[in-house]
Design a protein around this ligand. Structure first.
Ligand code: B12
Length: 263
């Protein structure tokens, strides 16, 4: 991230702690028209203290404490998927807000990001098989060209892998031609592409168009905050399906692919 506008010195931890109610309400950004079931909302709210503790740890920065927070929540019975979507993701959104409002600097944001990436690597094996799983399928998961934001795509890769998919995780800022070349060679069922910056949607669209020219074309899934929860924006850009988070993607894929792959 580049430098953010300067503000007066405010304790990042103090501010973050004081934002709890707002954080809990905003925890599922970009879900667009998809309504959150009441029970799920309640389950998410129950993780509020975990979110606060995790955010404080990554801002400290204290990697071991961040992992201990997640590990303790798991031991207390928290759903690993909820820890992804209701703790790690909103904590990073809050890190972005603190950076944008000049309450933390770039180094602090980078440290928080590194800790979260390490936590993700430790949390991924805890994801249990998803009931909407479609085993025997292959997915290519990548960030679109120019896109340096990696965590959303990583979450998508982890959820698919836990659901039994073979996942080729290319990572962020993948050159479009290489994504298409990989898809041509490996013939994945799905290419799932993550875009965080609205400015990168045009480049994403070029990749979607090139993927569509493959024979047979893969199913093209789009996601990321660039679409701001607006499915239409992703479909207009050329995707077949849009999902606001990896859990919803699995549900969309179960509908779109309808049954196991041919032997
Ligand atoms: C960490 C971070 C960075 C890091 C990323 C490092 C890394 N290895 O990932 C670095 C330092 C590189 C970075 C750079 C920049 N960043 Co930045 N960054 C962030 C931050 C704080 C966290 C991102 C994150 O991990 N979020 C958590 C993940 C889980 O959320 P997510 O990506 O949205 O993913 C979720 C869903 O969208 C969905 N999803 C995501 N992908 C996909 C794909 C599919 C197929 C599906 C189904 C679902 C799906 O699933 C996830 C879970 O629900 C965000 C704040 C934010 N609000 O996200 C800013 C943020 C995205 N960055 C921002 C900006 C401005 C930048 C820079 C332009 C700054 C600069 N001037 O240099 C650059 C641009 C770099 C580039 N070309 O991409 C702004 C964007 C504002 C805007 N209007 O678009 C944000 C929002 C910060 C802010 N509040 O202003 N950034």
């Amino acid at each position: 991230m580049g430098p953010a506008p300067r503000r007066g010195p405010v304790s990042a931890l103090g501010r973050a702690g004081g934002q709890h109610a707002r954080l809990v309400r905003a925890r599922r950004p970009g879900r667009g028209a998809v309504s959150v079931p009441r029970a799920e909302q309640a389950a998410g709210d129950a993780l509020g203290p975990v979110l606060d503790a995790y955010l404080a740890a990554i801002l400290a920065p204290d990697g071991p404490r961040a992992w201990a927070t997640i590990r303790d929540a798991l031991a207390a019975g928290a759903d690993p998927r909820a820890l992804y979507l209701d703790v790690l993701a909103p904590a990073m959104v809050e890190v972005g807000r603190l950076w944008e409002t000049a309450r933390i600097g770039v180094a602090q944001e980078h440290l928080a990001t590194q800790i979260t990436q390490t936590v993700l690597a430790r949390l991924a094996p805890e994801l249990e098989e998803d009931p909407t799983a479609l085993p025997g399928r292959t997915a290519v998961v990548a960030g679109t060209p120019g896109e340096l934001h990696a965590i959303g795509a990583r979450m998508v890769a982890d959820f698919l892998e836990a659901a039994g998919w073979e996942v080729l995780f290319v990572g962020p800022d993948a050159p479009g031609a290489d994504i298409v070349d990989l898809a041509a060679r490996r013939r994945p069922d799905v290419v799932a592409l993550s875009t965080a910056l609205a400015a990168n949607v045009l480049a994403a669209g070029r990749v979607f168009a090139a993927l569509r020219r493959l024979q047979p074309p893969p199913l093209i899934a789009a996601g990321g905050r660039a679409y701001d929860g607006d499915r239409a924006r992703a479909l207009v850009a050329g995707a077949d399906i849009y999902a606001a988070d990896p859990s919803l993607l699995l549900a969309e894929l179960a509908l779109a692919l309808d049954g196991p792959s041919a032997p």
